[in-house]
Ligand binder design. Structure first.
Ligand code: NAD
Ligand code: MG
Length: 389
């Protein structure tokens, strides 16, 4: 890249998406200048990344780790800070590009800070958009910010969708790998362990999204995400299972043309697309070997074995507070499954129970969203406690 270096902030730098983002930036030292890096508790990973990239600021979410961060950064010239408020402040600093790669609704405040600053925000953190919904999209427009989708499916759609011809789009087709239990029976799924569930057949990702892929909650969250990112009605967004994860998603136009974006399952491709946008940049991602792949398979998702897809469809239609409840209950249920407090099939059961028992009014502000998120978490915890008793 020959332009002036882009200033960047990475929220959630120690995670799977954060690490891939850092990898691309470190391969192009002339192209980027790092402003701030944040992590939740991994002081060592954060400090090393900050020192290597000569970041201005490193922020750790867990305040009890502040002294450890200060020590790890002493003499480096990198400023240290701690706490959720400090992460939000870091996100508010002026930069050309922000990667939002925190997992869960914990990333919502920092994403909104970056949006309010009117910057370019590369969004991996789908839970933030699902929870805030149209409030985030309205803030993007009000502050003249740019939201670039990093989720591989949404990045694929972004690359294929002609925003000037939306009335000529027949449908959007979101592909889903089907996860590790694509062919498993409900009986078999009832007894799977966290170790089995985090083993995704194609992608290497953080634990939470890996479990979401196994339940197909991930595709449910992505349906809601697509509904907000692209002004296309929910009925025209379809989900198809594609076990090879080569076709990342598709857009069909009224003339019958279907445009797709393909690539190896490596998040560095969609991240690079957002990082260089509206240009392109090199990545070390392998080329697709079509002869070796030899075939691409597609199958209808099974809503009986994967009820998360049915629930997500109901949630996107109901809208209002439901997406925030859906996300919050799922975050608690996934954490409980990872801690072996509930079974795999209980995840969707908890989410549905919380959705049915809690019907607050439509959130009018971000504070409303946080209140709904908190209450849904409490209700999910109560359900889990009652089950264990
Ligand atoms: P991860 O668990 O590997 O990393 C999460 C990051 O967020 C870490 O840096 C962690 O320190 C930070 N974090 C966690 N909780 C936090 C908190 N309470 N406060 C502040 N920081 C916190 O997750 P990931 O797989 O990199 O996923 C990140 C986001 O990107 C998720 O929303 C996920 O759905 C989305 N995404 C991931 C992939 C993938 O391939 N991993 C693909 C598409 C979308
Ligand atoms: Mg995805």
């Amino acid at each position: 890249m020959t332009d002036a270096p882009k200033s960047v902030t990475i929220l959630g730098v120690t995670g799977s998406v954060g690490t891939s983002t850092l990898d691309l930036i470190e391969r192009n030292p002339e192209g980027f200048r790092v402003e701030a890096l944040t992590a939740n508790s991994d002081v060592e990973g954060l400090a090393k990344a900050a020192i290597r990239t000569r970041a201005q600021l490193a922020v750790i979410g867990d305040e009890s780790r502040f002294a450890a961060l200060q020590q790890a950064l002493s003499g480096s010239g990198v400023e240290a800070a701690a706490g959720a408020g400090a992460i939000a402040e870091a996100a508010a600093r002026s930069v050309d590009w922000t990667m939002a790669a925190i997992v869960g609704c914990a990333g919502l405040s920092p994403v909104m800070e970056a949006v309010r600053r009117g910057g370019t925000v590369a969004l991996a953190n789908k839970e933030a958009l699902v929870s805030a919904g149209s409030l985030m999209i309205e803030a993007v427009a009000a502050h003249d910010a740019t939201l670039l989708p990093v989720d591989s499916e949404h990045n694929a759609i972004f690359q294929c969708l002609d925003m000037a011809a939306l009335d000529k789009v027949r449908r959007i087709i979101l592909t889903a790998s089907g996860g590790p239990f694509r062919t498993a029976s409900r009986e078999a799924m009832a007894s799977v362990t966290p170790e089995q569930a985090v083993k995704h057949p194609n992608w290497s990702m953080g634990a939470k999204i890996s479990i979401d892929s196994a339940t197909m909650m991930n595709k449910g969250l992505e349906l809601i995400e697509a509904h907000h990112l692209f002004p296309i009605s929910e009925q025209r967004i379809e989900i198809i299972v594609h076990p090879q994860s080569v076709v990342h998603s598709m857009v069909e136009y009224v003339d019958g043309s279907v445009l797709a974006q393909l690539g190896t399952p490596d998040m560095r491709t969609p991240i690079a697309h957002s990082l260089a946008w509206p240009q392109r940049m090199d990545t070390p991602c392998e080329s697709l070997d079509f002869a070796k792949i030899s075939r691409l398979d597609f199958e209808q998702p099974d809503l009986d074995r994967f009820p998360a897809l049915r629930v997500a469809r109901e949630v996107v239609i109901a809208d209002g507070a439901k997406p925030a409840i859906f996300n919050a209950a799922n975050e608690i249920a996934v954490a409980a499954f990872l801690e072996r407090r509930i079974g795999f099939l209980d995840i969707v059961t908890v989410v549905e129970a919380v959705l049915h028992g809690y019907d607050p009014s439509v959130p009018a502000s971000l504070d409303d969203v946080f209140a709904i998120d908190r209450e849904a978490r409490l209700r999910a915890q109560e359900w889990i406690k009652a089950k264990a008793a």
